[in-house]
Design a protein around this ligand. Structure first.
Ligand code: PMP
Length: 423
């Protein structure tokens, strides 16, 4: 059967833009502003990324020329808005190579995607008393707390894959944690505080050999690496629009059709039903079953535009640039006496977490801000990682493809100034 979402034409093949970081930066208006009288050096991309003009303009265009509610009206604007929104869904489908656009559920972000799966698996009794869920020690709170809330409700046990001192998952220990009670494995693709790129394909393979489904938290992966959910063969994949140059308040839950069909709706309301009587309600097909109420229409459209933006470039060129930045930053930072990098996995992406002897990370962050340099300090919503390394917090610089080697130099110079002040 032809899927209703396949009515929208595929994007024309785009002529790739040559990667030139200084040209590309012009597309991001915020990058040329001053902060504290200094040119902004934005190195907090793991928290959220900046937006290109095309995303900003397209949201404006939507509200200026297309605004209407979707899926329900037959009038011109409603059809236009529906087409823009649904073509964004198709772009997401292509972006992660899902089998069908109906496997793409618009949610608020990675957090909501995980909560949706946790809640509906619980209500469907796929997760029940005595079951076990495996997560890892390097999860963001978004991939810990939803499962803990379940555990409280149903006496489900959470098991945790340990990490090595370098910040890699211990796969031998993972295998030992699997039992006949394991009903789900939920792990992060790329760690937001260590930068580790986990061997998720292998994890999926191991879990599937026991018929256990796998959810991957791709919040940090979507902006940095090419995602192919069919190749990964994961069952669920979540990510957030705002971390990949799109707007806040929009994100994606990918789920394999057969599994998503087994789950009940997450929320009830308009747009997710087929028929409603006071006696019984029947639900719409995927993806609408999971999209109750008026969605974040402009957010979805903005996310589609962010994907268009990324697609202008050869993804490998962007990744290569980010890899070089990471390598250069690691080198420069290790030259600073007393600085220790937390997270030394062989396979890493775009994040350098560090501590400096005798200086609290909060002081580092506050002083760096006075130089116009935005880095993150704290536990990065990964308190168990801080406990693992016995640290109260780390400072973290995280890169996007619009960052430059000059900015890495400024980061290192800034840190040297901070050190001097504390001597
Ligand atoms: N997982 C990871 C690895 C993250 O880095 C984040 C955001 N820091 C999240 C989940 C949650 O994303 P959001 O707040 O956009 O839902």
């Amino acid at each position: 059967m032809k899927n209703e979402f396949d009515i929208f034409p595929k994007e024309e093949t785009i002529n790739r833009r040559k990667f030139d970081v200084y040209e590309l930066r012009k597309d991001f208006p915020i990058l040329s502003r001053l902060v504290n009288g200094k040119p902004l050096v934005y190195l907090d991309n793991a928290a959220t990324t900046q937006k290109p003009s095309s995303v900003i303009e397209n949201i404006k265009h939507y509200y200026t020329f297309e605004n209407a509610n979707i899926h329900r009206g037959l009038h011109f604007l409603s059809e236009l808005a529906t087409e823009s929104y649904e073509s964004a869904r198709l772009k997401v489908k292509e972006f992660i190579n899902a089998m069908s656009a109906s496997e793409i559920i618009f949610v608020r972000g990675a957090t909501e995607g995980i909560n949706l799966i946790a809640n509906t698996m619980c209500r469907a009794n796929i997760l029940k008393e005595g079951d076990e869920i495996i997560i890892s020690h390097m999860e963001h709170h978004a991939n810990i707390v939803p499962w803990q809330l379940l555990c409280e409700r149903k006496d489900i046990k959470l098991k945790v894959i340990p990490i090595t001192d370098d910040g890699e998952l211990d796969l031998d220990e993972f295998k030992k944690l699997i039992s006949e009670k394991t009903k789900l494995v939920s792990v992060v693709h790329i760690s937001n505080s260590l930068g580790t790129i986990n061997p998720v394909k292998e994890i999926v393979k191991i879990a599937h050999s026991y018929n256990i489904p796998v959810l991957l938290d791709g919040a940090q992966a979507a902006p940095h690496v090419k995602i192919d959910v069919q190749k990964l063969d994961c069952d669920f994949y979540v990510f957030s629009g705002h971390k990949m140059f799109g707007p806040t308040g929009i994100g994606i839950l990918y789920g394999k059709t057969n599994l998503m069909n087994e789950l009940p709706p997450y929320q009830g309301g308009g747009d997710m039903i087929r028929t409603v009587t006071f006696e019984k309600t029947t639900f719409d097909d995927l993806p609408h079953k999971f999209e109750a109420g008026t969605p974040n229409i402009s957010g979805g459209i903005g996310l589609g535009t962010a994907i268009d933006y990324i697609n202008q470039y050869d993804r490998l060129e962007l990744t290569k640039h980010e890899d070089k930045l990471l390598e250069y930053a690691t080198e420069k930072l290790l030259e600073i006496e007393g600085l220790k990098i937390i997270g030394k996995a062989k396979n890493k992406a775009s994040v350098v977490s560090f501590v400096i002897d005798g200086i609290h990370p909060y002081d580092i962050g506050t002083l760096m801000d006075t130089y116009g340099i935005a880095i993150r300090t704290g536990h990065h919503c990964t308190q168990p990682i801080m406990q693992r390394y016995n640290l109260p917090a780390t400072a973290r610089a995280s890169f996007a493809f619009y960052n430059t080697f000059d900015e890495v130099d400024k980061l290192a110079e800034g840190l040297l100034k901070v050190k001097k002040m504390f001597q």
